[in-house]
Design a protein around this ligand. Structure first.
Ligand SMILES: Cc1cc2nc3c(=O)[nH]c(=O)nc-3n(C[C@H](O)[C@H](O)[C@H](O)COP(=O)(O)O)c2cc1C
Length: 479
């Protein structure tokens, strides 16, 4: 039922010393370029899109064992999907996992990745989906706190006995009965020897594939991967007939082909490059974002995918600096997105359409309300500015008038002072006659004396200011 090699294929002739369940040389494993497991990004529309662009296999986002346990399997005729649903805390149905029954044959190419630290829970969870997927993979590489604090993800790299117990249980109780491969995704350890020791333990469990994320657990995604160990890991895997895939900064199918031939691995897994543009799986050059987004929205609408995830993925697919990217973040539904991008709106059913229209109406009403508030604020601001300008003008005018009045008063005062200080002709004439007669000389001298400078004694140690009689007396007395 699956495009992935089934466990029963193990009778294919093999030259390896310790044959694994399916030889790594099986065409189902060789030369593959696959979509990495990605929480949020790796939901069904992204997987469908990756497959459309030529991706060979797709990993679903990690689902924790307790997350899938207790879910109900539902065939969704309208969306043509198989849904695993749980009722959430708010009483609403919560989609835990879903595969597509026919589109791009997703169900036959999808690997269900489980987050677990317990063999029993892993088996219990994996059994629920085993009939609807092409394989089960164990996440032994996630370094995030929510994984490692409960012994899952990268924590399993430090507890190989738990990891191998999980894998053995899955192989026996899920892989064999459901005829699907069990695989594991790890990170490299601090040195080659310890990495090889771990890989050997994993191969001995009978897994079909080991995917190696070429970064150590503390390394961040932006750090360059360390591919130095790859060739040795691939050789070791092959000696057990186990396929080996490389992961870490693989940017396209062409790049994957280079890595496959350079390091002798069987396939490559792409995450971030595919998150930005799933057409990297194509044998041709990556497609422009406009086309990719149109196709993404087609899939998203065809399965009635939930909007918050659609929006999240669109934000990764639309380059941030583009004008549309900014607007899409404001949309409240797929209808809004389609209107902004000028793309066809094809809701899965009337219920979704109703919800979308309501969301957009609410958003529009909110936008109109915000616009009104903005306009009112602007009008208020203008009014205040105008009021301030008026007051300023008024004060300016008042000051001007005051200044004018003061100037006039000053002018008037000066004129009056001048008038009283300048004797009229008659007075001048009388004064002239008096001078001729010799009268008034004394008083003139007295007046003149007032403006005379005070006499000053010559400078020197004994200099005395003659204009200051008291000082003179003191000075003489002090001699
Ligand atoms: C958004 C996102 C979600 C991821 N979720 C998972 C996950 O669920 N399980 C897992 O094993 N790895 C997960 N990874 C890690 C990737 O599968 C991959 O190992 C890593 O990104 C390195 O590949 P890259 O260099 O091609 O991005 C995630 C990575 C990203 C970016």
């Amino acid at each position: 039922m699956s495009d992935s090699p089934a466990v029963s294929d193990s009778n294919t002739p093999s030259t390896a010393s310790k044959p694994g369940p399916v030889p790594h040389t099986h065409p189902g494993y060789v030369g593959k370029c696959v979509l990495a497991p990605m929480v949020r990004t790796g939901e069904l529309p992204t997987r469908l899109l990756a497959l459309r662009y030529g991706c060979d296999m797709v990993w679903g986002p990690e689902v924790v064992d307790k997350g899938i346990i207790g879910s109900e399997r539902r065939e969704n005729e309208a969306a043509d999907t198989v849904d695993f649903v749980k009722s959430g805390h708010n009483g609403k149905d919560q989609m835990v996992f879903r595969t597509h029954r026919t589109l791009e044959k997703e169900r036959k190419k999808c690997i269900f990745q489980i987050g677990t630290a317990n063999p029993e829970l892993a088996v219990q969870g994996a059994k629920l989906v085993a009939a609807d997927v092409a394989g089960v993979d164990v996440n032994a590489g996630c370094p995030k706190h929510f994984s490692i604090h409960s012994g899952m993800g990268a924590a399993l790299l430090k507890t190989p006995e738990t990891l191998t117990a999980i894998l053995r249980s899955l192989i026996t109780e899920v892989g064999k009965p459901f005829n699907i491969p069990i695989s594991v995704k790890i990170r490299i350890l601090d040195d080659l020897d310890s990495t090889l020791t771990l890989v050997r333990q994993l191969c001995e469990t009978g897994v079909c594939r080991v995917t190696v994320h070429c970064r150590t657990a503390p390394m961040r995604p932006r750090e360059a991967p360390i591919r130095d160990y790859l060739a040795a890991i691939a050789d070791l895997c092959h000696s057990y007939n186990v396929a080996c895939y490389a992961n870490g900064d693989v940017r396209s199918r062409m790049h994957a082909d280079e890595i496959i031939s350079q390091y002798g691995v069987d396939g490559c897994m792409i995450a971030i490059a595919a998150e930005k543009n799933p057409s990297v799986f194509s044998t041709e050059l990556a497609r422009p974002w406009g086309e990719v987004v149109r196709n993404y929205l087609e899939y998203s609408q065809a399965i009635g995918h939930y909007f918050s995830n659609t929006k999240f993925c669109l934000n990764n697919l639309i380059p941030g600096a583009e004008e549309h990217g900014q607007k899409v973040t404001q949309a409240k539904s797929v209808l809004g997105v389609c209107e902004i991008l000028g793309l066809p709106y094809k809701p899965l059913n009337a219920e979704i359409e109703k919800e979308d229209r309501e969301s957009e109406e609410q958003a529009q009403a909110l936008r109109a309300q915000k616009q009104k508030v903005k306009e009112a604020q602007e009008a208020n601001r203008l009014k205040q500015a105008q009021g301030k300008a008026k007051v300023k003008q008024h004060n300016l005018q008042k000051n001007k008038e005051k200044q004018k009045r003061l100037n006039e008063e000053k002018k008037k005062g000066n004129a009056e002072r001048q008038k009283s200080a300048t004797p009229d002709r008659e007075t001048q004439a009388v004064a002239g006659q008096k001078r001729k007669r010799g009268e008034g000389g004394k008083s003139m001298d007295r007046e003149a004396g007032k403006s005379k400078k005070p006499e000053v004694a010559p400078e020197g140690p004994n200099a005395v200011d003659l204009s200051q009689p008291k000082k003179l007396v003191d000075a003489v007395a002090g001699q």
